[in-house]
Design a protein around this ligand. Structure first.
Ligand code: FAD
Ligand code: DHB
Length: 389
């Protein structure tokens, strides 16, 4: 088989790139290790920057998102019983959009299917060959023996545990990593959200986040030790702990119910450089991970897709390969700023096992300064709504 751009990974990055390119007449094939249902079963991000929303519009897949998503003009930050609001709209002129990763991935799968886009599921043993030559190809097994796709370019959109990143030789690649000594326990419940905007809460017992998907679907997170498994967290224990980490008035009005999904994700900052090797381009979680505080994971994937999509259009339509040559530098320049913001917000709001009394005072001073200072709030708001592409 031959295609122009072979895409490894049928998560949001790979599907969005495939959909965008198809609409510009560029042929793609997507290889996904799991099934569509498996991918859609993963509950992940919920907050989209305007840049992501615009890409969904450009990809022609925004109808349901435009109808069903919620625009948030601000967010609440709580520390102990004190709360303040960051007014994104007033401080930056921009808002964010609340629409679940599951929903946008479903929209992308539906759109790919409607356009006859080729997605091969259950692919095993995917291997990249000749990425540093003019004739790259991929081999894989989708249950009928080894198959081969020849292509012009390969987009490695296969997440943190994919094959694309390790294909770049160790001698040419440098990984930067920071692991945090806790994870987030996430719970999805068919209950009304605690508040009409998100609440990021820093408490003596650790971090908590109240988020939502829609009027009767809430998403909550609490910081937990890495050693905890979900079995340790019955619904009753979870709700009790969440309430103890929220300001009293929020806890009092919190409506609880059965958890319909519960999972723990470790927190990590990670960047690999460069994001390109020959004709292989890394996008999204394949190249970088942020801790989820600040909702940048999915949004950094979108900026990579923006740069790669535009570079591929220029290469195919105008025979201009400058964008491809500069892809890694452009993507990384924005990624590192999102890494810094996610790391800073994680430090601002979590309890760390080794925090000294001095460290705690510094953290509290940071929170109070943010609560009182409009310039500091503006910096947070600019980063949260998303830096320009
Ligand atoms: P992925 O979504 O990981 O997609 C990669 C795809 O590639 C997967 O479908 C995988 O099955 C496939 N794949 C992997 N290896 C291969 C292979 N060898 N061959 C073929 N296919 C392969 N971000 C937030 O902003 N907020 C959150 O609350 C949040 N929660 C998260 C919770 C978890 C548990 C995780 C892992 C991430 C979370 N993120 C969150 C981050 C966000 O979901 C990711 O940034 C986003 O999914 C990145 O999209 P992607 O398409 O680059 O990668
Ligand atoms: C959600 C996740 C985040 O990491 C975040 O910062 C905000 C919202 C969510 O899943 O809704």
């Amino acid at each position: 088989m031959r295609t122009q751009v072979a895409i490894i990974g049928g998560g949001p990055s790979g599907l969005l790139l495939s959909q965008l390119l198809h609409r510009k007449g560029i042929d793609t094939v997507v290889l996904e290790r799991k099934t569509r249902d498996y991918v859609l079963g993963r509950i992940r991000a919920g907050v989209l920057e305007v840049g992501f929303v615009n890409l969904m519009r450009e990809a022609g897949v925004s109808a349901r998102m435009d109808a069903e998503s919620f625009t948030h003009d601000g967010t609440c930050i709580a520390y102990g019983n004190d709360q303040f609001r960051i007014d994104f709209k007033a401080l930056t002129g921009t808002s964010v959009v609340v629409y679940g990763q599951t929903e946008l991935t479903r929209d992308l799968y539906d759109a790919r299917q409607a356009m006859g886009g080729q997605i091969i599921f259950n692919t095993e043993n995917v291997q990249i060959h000749g990425a540093d030559t003019d004739a790259p190809y991929i081999t894989y097994d989708a249950g009928q023996g080894e198959a081969r796709i020849d292509c012009d370019y390969i987009a490695g959109c296969d997440g943190f545990h994919g094959v694309s990143r390790p294909t770049i030789p160790d001698t040419l690649r440098r990984d930067y990593e920071k692991a945090y000594p806790f994870g987030w326990l996430g719970v999805l419940s068919e209950t009304p959200p605690a508040h009409h905007e998100l609440i990021y809460s820093s408490s003596e017992r650790g971090f908590a986040l109240c988020s939502m998907r829609h009027a009767n679907l809430s998403r909550y997170y609490i910081q937990v030790p890495l050693s905890d498994g979900v079995e340790k967290w019955s619904d009753a224990v979870f709700w009790d702990e969440l309430k103890r980490r929220l300001p009293e008035d929020v806890a009092e009005r919190l409506i609880t119910g059965p958890a319909i999904e519960k999972s723990i994700a470790p927190l990590r900052s990670f960047v690999t450089e460069p994001m390109r090797w020959g004709r292989l381009f890394l996008c999204g979680d394949a190249a970088h991970i942020v801790p989820p505080t600040g909702a940048k994971g999915l949004n950094t994937a979108a900026s990579d897709i923006h740069y790669l999509y535009n570079a591929l259009i220029a290469a195919y339509h105008d025979k201009d390969i400058d964008g491809l040559a500069r892809y890694s530098d452009r993507a990384l320049a924005r990624i590192w700023k999102a890494e810094r913001f996610s790391w800073w917000m994680t430090n601002l709001l979590h309890r760390f096992p080794d925090q000294s009394a001095f460290d705690l005072k510094m953290q509290r001073a940071d929170q109070e300064f943010l609560a009182e200072n409009e310039a500091a709030q503006k910096v947070l708001a600019q980063n949260y709504v998303g830096l320009s592409y």
